[in-house]
Design a protein around this ligand. Sequence first.
Ligand SMILES: *[C@@H]1O[C@H](CO)[C@@H](O)[C@H](O)[C@H]1NC(C)=O
Ligand SMILES: *[C@@H]1O[C@H](CO)[C@@H](O)[C@H](O)[C@H]1NC(C)=O
Ligand SMILES: *[C@@H]1O[C@H](CO)[C@@H](O)[C@H](O)[C@H]1NC(C)=O
Ligand SMILES: *[C@@H]1O[C@H](CO)[C@@H](O)[C@H](O)[C@H]1NC(C)=O
Ligand SMILES: *[C@@H]1O[C@H](CO)[C@@H](O)[C@H](O)[C@H]1NC(C)=O
Ligand SMILES: *[C@@H]1O[C@H](CO)[C@@H](O)[C@H](O)[C@H]1NC(C)=O
Ligand SMILES: *[C@@H]1O[C@H](CO)[C@@H](O)[C@H](O)[C@H]1NC(C)=O
Length: 542
Amino acid sequence: MKASTLPLAAAATLIQSSLAAPASQPPSYPSGSGNGSSGGDALADYRAGQVKDAFLTAWDGYFTYAFPNDELHPISNTFSNSFGGWGASAVDAFSTAIVMELPDVIDTILNYIPTINFHQTAGGEEISLFETTIRYLGGILAGHDLLTGPLSQYASNTTAVHALLGKAQELADVLKFAFVTPTGIPHNGLYVENQTIDTSDNNINGIATIGTLVLEWTHLSDLLGDTQYADLSQKAESYLLNPSPATSQPFPGLIGTNVNITSGQFLDASGGWIGGDDSFYEYLLKMYVYDPTRFSSYRDRWIAAADSTIQYLASHPSSRPDLTFVAEFDGKSLIYQSEHLACFDGGNFILGGLVLGEQKYTDFGLALVAGCEDTYNSTLTGIGPEVFQWTVGSANASCSDSENSNCPGVPADQAEFYERAGFYITNSNYILRPEVIESFYYAYRATKDQKYREWAWNAFVNVNTTTRAGSGYAELNNVNAPGGGAKNDFQDSFLFAEVLKYAYLIQRPDAEFQVNDDGKNFFVFNTEAHPFKVVGTTAKAL
Ligand SMILES: *[C@@H]1O[C@H](CO)[C@@H](O)[C@H](O)[C@H]1NC(C)=O
Ligand SMILES: *[C@@H]1O[C@H](CO)[C@@H](O)[C@H](O)[C@H]1NC(C)=O
Ligand SMILES: *[C@@H]1O[C@H](CO)[C@@H](O)[C@H](O)[C@H]1NC(C)=O
Ligand SMILES: *[C@@H]1O[C@H](CO)[C@@H](O)[C@H](O)[C@H]1NC(C)=O
Ligand SMILES: *[C@@H]1O[C@H](CO)[C@@H](O)[C@H](O)[C@H]1NC(C)=O
Ligand SMILES: *[C@@H]1O[C@H](CO)[C@@H](O)[C@H](O)[C@H]1NC(C)=O
Ligand SMILES: *[C@@H]1O[C@H](CO)[C@@H](O)[C@H](O)[C@H]1NC(C)=O
């Protein structure tokens, strides 16, 4: 199902027709947003326009049938509230609408945010401190930074723009009781109405949900000139920077997953660059990008984790030794399994290579990006699976070696697939995840190699074709079945925040909020792809 790329002449024709499209779209990119928007990059402009059209399709469905609820069910044209009912898709779409320069959508979301009541959820349901932070706090702060910075021409309602920061503070004030624990490590499951925690967590939280707050809460403090939010998140992070007991760090910098909220002690030594751990590692580096003065110790922990990953976790599947994947670990034992979520790792290594001036991280990151591309271009839909495994050495021996009961060896019905692809599928879903396109974005920004734009475009076309359903886009049950198998009636908010943003920005020229290949960045993307202005630069439009 790979879509062929469009010849330049055809692209030029299509640009003309897309200019005649909806009145809500600006007819062309404003001058000043980059130098590639005319005369020579017509193909990239065409592709960016197509991604924008997909965004508007998803937005129109959401706006018509779900706004201001959290997410659209595109097949039944209904909605649900997975994140408190505060309009997760709208807030997640905010910074993408801004970088896409869509004034009508920006106005709708900008005028909506000040009306959210963060003191009350839609149905008294539990919310996640982590999800609320990365989506809502992240989306609001990024909107603030872009509309008071490089895209201030879209700040149509200055009263509402000024209200954003107060709204972000209001949200943090609603959430901050989570950190009132003996150690300062927060609980993740919260009831905001009565300010209580979900006690079924047994006083345990994980390193991703603890360690993916520090960028948002620190940035909020910096903008407000009030250190309390930074202090709360950094105190919690301190237990992850200095893990105890020592056995919870089986390789330097690589740590376990679960932490006892009462004692601050780790409860295991299992982990990797996978869901549950992933953005803890991501933020070690991104805190340094955000402020190299205050967060050099975070950088040092990222370097330790990155070096150990290259030394101990890098793995080459037996059938495709040209590919590089990153294994999980349980203590010092490796588990030859990875997942779509982990495919952010290539992009994170590349960002590390750029900002630290270390080519070895960029090279390793590019190898991981090629491995994740292989998970896409090996399936029937051209989209990668949720979870996959591989074997090393003698193909059938390695699983028993790894003592992993989840690793029974290559299933007979995937033997041929494994020989060709270098992995076999253990969970075939695709739930509109962004990480592979995200890493293509970093690879392109670092190298300017057009190959990465091609990969991102192919991924976008396949997602656009295969997940399109009803009034929007829906999750797939099987990336290796014709048409992606059955669809799940759910359009995740990160389609707006991440998939479509990275698919768009990779086709766009340099701009203040883009990642720079010289390692000097004016913005850093949070884990939900919301761009925050970094500290200590006097950024000016390029
Ligand atoms: C675009 O900008 C870059 C960097 O400033 C410059 O090297 C390049 O020549 C410019 N390209 C065009 C077509 O103006
Ligand atoms: C707080 O509210 C939630 C949701 O309504 C409820 O499940 C929980 O029992 C309440 N906690 C207390 C201590 O009242
Ligand atoms: C501008 O924002 C303010 C504050 O949220 C709001 O009260 C006002 O109605 C908005 N103006 C328009 C024209 O939407
Ligand atoms: C967490 O630490 C507390 C205090 O040391 C201890 O009482 C409790 O048993 C620990 N919980 C677990 C799951 O180890
Ligand atoms: C899939 O991507 C890999 C990664 O570089 C590339 O080597 C290979 O040629 C691609 N295969 C197809 C069928 O496009
Ligand atoms: C692995 O086992 C399968 C089925 O038992 C067999 O067909 C295949 O040849 C074996 N591969 C290797 C490398 O031993
Ligand atoms: C995306 O999907 C829409 C609706 O199915 C279609 O009209 C459009 O041509 C697709 N875009 C691309 C680039 O394939």
